[in-house]
Ligand binder design. Structure first.
Ligand code: NAD
Length: 262
């Protein structure tokens, strides 16, 4: 349960972030800030949270911009009267910026954009949040969205390298902010969200891509945002109070074998 926690979730207008924000409210969070560059989507999520009787606000942010990240943290602290949990969920694949996603064709500026949003923004948000988290007194922690794509080789160029960086940044953060602030990462397998819909739709062979995405799971289906949100809520809760520096796959068993279901 997340009673009393004031929580900020990035990339929460849709997909996993939205479900994480709503699950936090269901589990009794005191206040939830929903940050995204899609302000309309963020407002919808905040409205849904308020309907559960929990205070919420939508924050308009472009996580590629350092000043906006600083302002996001300040707005979250002002809205909640403090900050206890920072969930760095937002992430992008190179396909959001270009059709040339292959190793040899990927434009250099797209590599930089993916790293700015997936990695640098997490360092900046955590750095700006750290003094507030240290002052929280309510079991503060940081939770980062990595990916199984950061743990094993993957058919994409900048994205897996960026997620591997998130994994190491998580450990670095756990070390730097200990003992007061915990920091953990979760590594989803293929989860049904607008991101995985787009990845599937961009493949030349839809059925082959679908099999690669779901057949590599021991539980051969897409995971759901709800299945992610419940584990993330546990990481944020005081039930996980001795857990820091952990990289937790939520992947239907993908990283436990190297097979493919027919
Ligand atoms: N869906 C999957 O199968 C999967 C698998 C492994 C890891 N992940 C990771 O989990 C996280 C959530 O994924 P998802 O599938 O819900 O993604 P999604 O694309 O459905 O949602 C991501 C959200 O982040 C926001 N966002 C993107 N760039 C932003 C920016 N510059 N500033 C502010 N907001 C921005 C988008 O507007 C969107 O609302 C991501 O970090 C993703 O890399 C997803």
């Amino acid at each position: 349960m997340l009673d009393g926690k004031r929580i900020l979730v990035t990339g929460a207008a849709q997909g996993m972030g939205r479900e994480i924000a709503i699950e936090a409210a269901r589990q009794g969070a005191e206040y939830v800030s929903v940050a995204d560059r899609n302000l309309d989507g963020a407002k919808e999520a905040a409205d849904e949270i308020e309907k559960l009787g929990i205070g919420a606000q939508a924050i308009d942010v472009d996580l590629a911009n350092s000043d906006e990240i600083r302002a996001m943290i300040e707005q979250a602290v002002a809205g909640g009267g403090g900050l206890d949990t920072l969930i760095n969920n937002a992430g992008v694949m190179e396909g959001a910026f270009t059709a040339d996603t292959s190793f040899e064709d990927l434009p250099e500026d797209v590599w930089d954009k993916v790293f700015d949003i997936n990695v640098k923004s997490i360092w900046l948000a955590t750095k700006f949040a750290a003094p507030h988290l240290r002052a929280s007194g309510r079991g503060p922690s940081v939770i980062n969205a990595a990916s199984v794509a950061g743990m094993v080789g993957y058919v994409s160029t900048a994205y897996p390298a960026s997620k591997a960086a998130v994994i190491q940044l998580t450990r670095t953060t756990a070390v730097a902010l200990s003992p007061e602030i915990r920091c953990n990462a979760f590594c989803p397998g293929s989860i049904a969200t607008p991101m995985s819909d787009a990845f599937l739709a961009s493949a030349p062979d839809y059925d082959a891509q679908l099999q690669r995405m779901t057949g590599a799971h021991l539980i051969p289906r897409f995971g759901t945002s709800g299945e992610i949100a419940k584990v993330v809520a546990f990481l944020a809760s005081d039930a996980a109070s001795f857990l820091t520096g952990v990289i937790l796959p939520i992947d239907g068993g993908t990283t436990a074998w190297r097979g493919l279901r027919n």
